[in-house]
Design a protein around this ligand. Structure first.
Ligand SMILES: Cc1cc2nc3c(=O)[nH]c(=O)nc-3n(C[C@H](O)[C@H](O)[C@H](O)COP(=O)(O)OP(=O)(O)OC[C@H]3O[C@@H](n4cnc5c(N)ncnc54)[C@H](O)[C@@H]3O)c2cc1C
Length: 400
């Protein structure tokens, strides 16, 4: 998604971007669904895209309700109110979001080369050449590495550099429209998350009644291909939720295809984001834990910021330096925030007692502040005149 949004942003900045995607058209996208927060929606709007149109296949989820494994409600949070134009935090299938963003890029005449996996690049002061695994190359004045967590462009900029860090949690997900016997609250717009006794679980009910869910089973070791079969993965999840006063086990049982397992990883600090003619954006530069629910929104903010920098600075290297100055402190703060969110999902039995006892107090303090996540969700991609102030604000102390 960083690539598609960046291509649109560069087009708006008067450049002629080309998108290259390693997958073939129609290839199954990995992952189930994700939530685009209001700051991501605002970034799309700042680019002249209508979030309501881009995310039409999703549904609004502006409220989060947290409970424990006994079904006791711990807290309720507003996920940032409405973005400019009225769209609220939206949950959408990953494949639908990719398709919508690529359709927006195609509608602008931006060419998309599918089935082309970038393997490396070379550059001169005047331009850059990217090579692909089909033996071909492409030339341009700038290479934007938006190739995700295992970025080949990042490896080129950071030989021997950092690799994604495993965070001790696995991911599962799925969709089911089969009836679930447990009484499910069908209130629209509510995402429910629960600290099950052995695993974290989250679910929302879409307007058509389908339940969209995910689970984060703890695991000391990352999962490797072949560790689970579809049957053993399903059985593992059902076993983890046995005895919880949650609908989790039933929802998993009712699901035709249980997705995953995936490892939960992040990428805290990548030393080199740019050279004179190449730059990293999105997960390639700074993958945040899914527990922050911010990876997509960070990718969108990056892309819009890069477009603004390229529109304002005639020289590509100067634009890239400005982009990094505006983005690095903010995204690293979000990575830290995601790690903190994720670590609460793996509390042991004693930690869980403390967490449950403290939660009402923490929630009260947070809700007594007007917008506890203001630094995160109220963020707007700064315009040229706001750059100096914006960079120093992000560098300042803080964090929630
Ligand atoms: C289980 C899970 C749940 C998540 N939930 C959320 C959530 O609720 N909210 C949220 O905001 N974020 C969430 N995230 C994070 C979010 O998915 C990522 O942050 C986001 O996808 C980053 O976008 P990106 O475009 O940078 O990378 P990607 O979405 O990974 O896109 C990279 C693209 O590059 C292509 N590619 C890869 N290598 C090459 C190459 N060498 N050459 C050419 N193309 C290449 C890939 O095929 C892909 O299309 C979640 C992540 C996971 C794993």
């Amino acid at each position: 998604m960083a690539g598609a949004v960046a291509a649109i942003a560069l087009h708006r900045a008067g450049r002629q971007p080309h998108l290259y995607e390693s997958r073939r058209p129609g290839a199954a996208e990995q992952g189930a669904f994700l939530t685009v927060a209001v700051n991501g929606l605002n970034a799309l709007r700042d680019l002249g895209l209508d979030p309501a149109r881009v995310l039409a296949a999703g549904f609004a989820t502006p409220t989060l309700v947290l409970s424990n494994g006994r079904g006791r409600r711990l807290a309720e949070f507003a996920l940032g109110g409405s973005a400019a134009g009225g769209t609220a935090t939206t949950t959408i299938r990953r494949a639908d979001l990719y398709a919508a963003l690529r359709a927006e890029a195609s509608a602008l005449g931006i060419p998309i080369g599918y089935g082309r996996r970038a393997t490396g690049f070379t550059e001169t002061p005047a331009g850059v050449t990217v090579s692909f695994d089909d033996g071909g190359t492409a030339e341009g004045e700038l290479l934007v590495g938006a190739d995700g967590l295992r970025s080949a462009i990042r490896a080129g900029l950071n030989p021997g550099g950092p690799r994604p860090a495993y965070l001790g949690l696995l991911n599962a997900g799925g969709f089911t429209s089969r009836p679930v016997a447990a009484a499910l609250d069908m209130t629209p717009g509510v995402t429910r998350m629960a600290f099950g006794r052995r695993s974290f679980f989250g679910w929302s009910v879409a307007p058509d009644g389908t339940v969209w869910w995910f689970a984060n089973p703890p695991s000391r070791e990352p999962v490797r291909p072949g560790d689970f079969t579809p049957q053993s993965w399903r059985a593992h999840l059902i076993g983890l939720f046995a005895g919880d006063d949650l609908p989790a086990a039933e929802i998993v049982r009712a699901t035709g295809e249980v997705l995953g397992p995936w490892n939960t990883e992040d990428l805290p600090s990548v030393p080199v984001w740019r050279s004179g003619r190449a730059v990293l954006i999105g997960d390639a530069a700074h993958a945040v834990s899914p527990s922050s629910e911010q990876g997509a929104s960070m990718a969108m903010e990056d892309a819009v910021t890069l477009g603004r920098c390229l529109a304002a600075r005639a020289e590509v290297p100067a634009a890239l330096a400005e982009y990094e100055r505006l983005r690095r402190a903010r995204v690293e703060r979000v990575v830290a925030y995601g790690r903190r969110n994720g670590s609460g999902k793996t509390a042991g039995p004693i930690g869980a007692v403390v967490r449950d006892a403290m939660f009402p107090l923490v929630a009260k303090v947070m809700s007594s502040r007007r917008n506890p996540d203001g630094w995160l969700l109220d963020h707007r991609v700064p315009r040229v005149g706001e750059w100096r102030q914006a960079a120093s604000r992000e560098d300042g102390p803080g964090g929630t």
